[in-house]
Design a binder for this molecule. Structure first.
Ligand SMILES: [Zn+2]
Length: 670
């Protein structure tokens, strides 16, 4: 599964330079790498909240006429603090070693969420902001101010006192539920046991890494690092079926109740704010800004994907029949395994052969060098304390100046976040010494060819997540915190990462870092095969993703179903050609229902936009420095200061179309 950016802020968003700027930046400045007790984190959280309180007081107690300097500047600093606090404490929640510390991280994100909501509902702050005379301000500041005001309107500031109080209570409860849902997903890891014989087909290094217990059994947990290889390689259909079923029960039933409550509260919130449903509210500040536009995209995408998906399905069943002549249907637990065999049979592509060329250390260096080559920056080690020995730290230099800093926490350990994401920790703003800081939190193998071999899909994920980091680093040049890239339309935010994935299918790029243990560079022929299988099953995959997009939209346009699992299966099955089995409860671990709510279409739309953006590189060259520079300046650097549609169309020199997306799916049927 392609991963997300770690955090979402409720408010629109953020500057720096006022009288108390030093204090504000000092708070945002540094991560506590070794908090011995939750109290240390609680105290840091207090310092964020105290600083925010001070700024709020400064805005509303001023006796001067409202101005950019005395109202918008401190308001924006509050946004900077909220963004930083959410980033920093999301990091603690995901990476710290003890549950108590991770919970303290989660608790602070709840407190910050509550303050975000309070500020959004504060009439005195709103009155000062709308009272600003911005007639003499520059266009960007005026646009920012207009957005801030629109954000206030969306949050319900103009409601009566009673309704505002209810909105605040709903937002507080939603923040609690969000933490509970995430904790359940992290804690309710499930496992199965298998005999060593059942692991036949799996890579030897995987088998060697498993201990056989006194009963002669091996334990497999529902962590990605076990689940993905087993589903791709285990010859035993029975093992994959058992594992698939167990995997479909993660965080279930624990999350059904909080999720149902979350949907109910969201519907109530939308109703108080006068919207037809929560999807209508959540989509207002997106590129596709109504449920109808999302449905239109889904219809267009399904039309493009269905013929490819049907062809995929037929080919997959044929391949399945070479193993099981009686099979007439592809089961959910067979698709990964059969796809892998199909890649060998139909395209002579062996993922295990490819894996020999992707040792983590080399891949990491290759991704950093690609970034240096494309954008003319330098990346070097950053000498700083880290929270775990596995963590690496870097800084990005442009023209002799440090423009950003980042951490790689790329390897699994117990209790850590189990997916892959990029956490923007601190935003950067121009005119200060504050540069963006971010972290990749992932679960990749570690080391050289002995211990760190990665699937090509993992290489793609690493580059995808690093794409978010590049966006974060390059967009730290805005005047306002609130124009940080995190505040752009959320259905545009995945597009740069989707686009960047194309480079791991480029021979010249791979030849720089993909070498086997003997030092042989990846053969060109193997890369050609990777490209020929790249869109195989793209139709099936797109239809499966449309199922999830449907789930995300329906939970926020329709009454809350009595049985979340049943509704989820039905909504997925409207699109997926591979039937979701009865009893599957994937919704319980589908944390995007919390984070992305009604706009999971973000991934689909980003594939559309990412494919369209890539057309310029395809035409002008993947290493064309002018194209890369245009891309950096026109698409990445502006962050949220310019509407996404404008950024993208400026770079393309035309309107966005689905043509490139359709063309990729069409290659699947060839
Ligand atoms: Zn992403």
């Amino acid at each position: 599964m392609k991963s997300a950016i770690g955090i979402i802020l409720l408010a629109s968003t953020a500057l720096a330079q006022p009288a108390n700027a030093t204090d504000v930046r000092a708070i945002m400045g540094s991560i506590i790498v070794d908090p011995r007790t939750p109290n240390v984190l609680d105290a840091k959280c207090d310092s964020y909240l105290d600083a925010i309180e001070e700024l709020r007081d400064a805005i509303v107690t001023s006796s001067e006429p409202a101005s950019i300097e005395n109202a918008l500047v401190p308001y924006d600093e509050i946004q900077g603090l909220l963004t930083s606090g959410s980033g920093e404490f999301t990091l603690y929640q995901q990476v710290l070693l003890s549950p108590e510390l991770r919970d303290a991280g989660g608790a602070c994100t709840v407190r910050l969420g509550s303050v975000t909501s309070e500020i959004g509902l504060s009439r005195p702050i709103y009155d000062r902001i709308v009272g600003i005379d911005a007639s003499g301000a520059d266009a960007m500041t005026q646009a920012y101010l207009a957005e801030v005001i629109a954000g206030f309107d969306r949050s319900g500031v103009s409601l009566d006192d009673e309704s505002r109080a209810r909105v605040q209570a709903i937002n507080d409860e939603l923040a609690e539920l969000s933490t509970l849902i995430a904790r359940n997903i992290a804690n309710y890891v499930r496992s199965i046991t298998a005999t060593p014989e059942e692991l036949a087909g799996l890579p030897q290094d995987f088998i060697d890494s498993k201990e056989v217990d006194e009963n002669g059994l091996i334990t497999l947990t529902t962590a990605y690092t076990d689940y993905q290889p087993v589903m791709a390689y285990a010859e035993s259909d029975e093992l994959r079926k058992r594992f698939y079923e167990e995997y479909g029960l993660r965080a279930w039933p624990a999350n059904d109740e909080p999720m149902a409550r979350m949907f109910t509260l969201r519907a109530e919130l939308a109703s108080i704010l006068g919207r037809a449903n929560y999807a209508a509210l959540a989509l207002e500040d997106k590129m596709l800004d109504t449920p109808e536009r999302v449905e239109q995209l889904m219809a267009d995408a399904a039309e493009a994907a269905r013929p490819a998906a049907e062809a995929d399905y037929a080919r997959m069943v044929e391949v399945l029949q070479t193993i099981d002549p009686d099979a007439d249907e592809l089961k959910a637990w067979q698709s990964g395994y059969v796809s892998n065999i199909a890649q060998k049979q139909l395209f002579d592509y062996d993922r295990q052969e490819a894996r020999q060329y992707f040792a983590y250390n080399n891949v990491r260096d290759g991704v950093l060098e690609l970034t240096e080559d494309l954008f003319g920056v330098e990346i070097r080690q950053w000498d700083t304390a880290v929270w775990h020995p596995d963590v690496e730290a870097y800084e990005m230099i442009d023209d002799g100046e440090v423009i950003g800093r980042f951490y790689f926490d790329n390897h699994p350990r117990p209790g850590k976040y189990t997916h892959a994401n990029m956490i923007p920790i601190y935003p950067g703003v121009t005119g200060t010494d504050q540069v963006p800081v971010g972290a990749l939190v992932q679960n990749m193998p570690n080391g050289d060819h002995r211990t760190g071999l990665m699937e090509h899909g993992q290489v793609e994920t690493l580059l995808h997540e690093f794409g978010h980091m590049i966006h974060g680093m390059f967009s730290g040049t805005q005047r306002w915190y609130g124009n940080n890239f995190l505040n752009m339309e959320w259905d545009a935010i995945e597009a740069p990462s989707q686009m960047l994935e194309n480079w791991v299918f480029d021979y010249d790029t791979l030849a720089n870092f993909a070498v086997d243990a003997q030092g042989n560079t990846i053969p060109r022929e193997l890369v050609e095969k990777m490209n020929s299988v790249r869109y195989f099953n793209a139709g099936l995959g797109e239809m499966a993703q449309l199922g999830l997009t449907n789930v995300s939209l329906r939970f926020h346009t329709e009454p809350v179903p009595d049985d979340l699992g049943e509704a989820t299966r039905a909504w997925r099955n409207q699109y997926s050609l591979i039937t979701i089995p009865d009893g599957d409860q994937m919704q319980a671990a589908f944390n995007h229902l919390d984070g992305y709510s009604a706009f999971y279409h973000t991934y689909l739309w980003s594939r559309v936009v990412g494919a369209d953006l890539f057309t310029r590189f395809e035409n002008e060259g993947l290493r064309n420095p002018q194209t890369a520079d245009d891309y950096r300046r026109m698409v990445l650097e502006p962050g949220a200061s310019v509407p996404a549609q404008e950024l993208i169309e400026n770079f393309l020199g035309r309107e966005i179309t689905l043509d490139a997306f359709r063309a990729k799916l069409a290659t699947d049927t060839e």
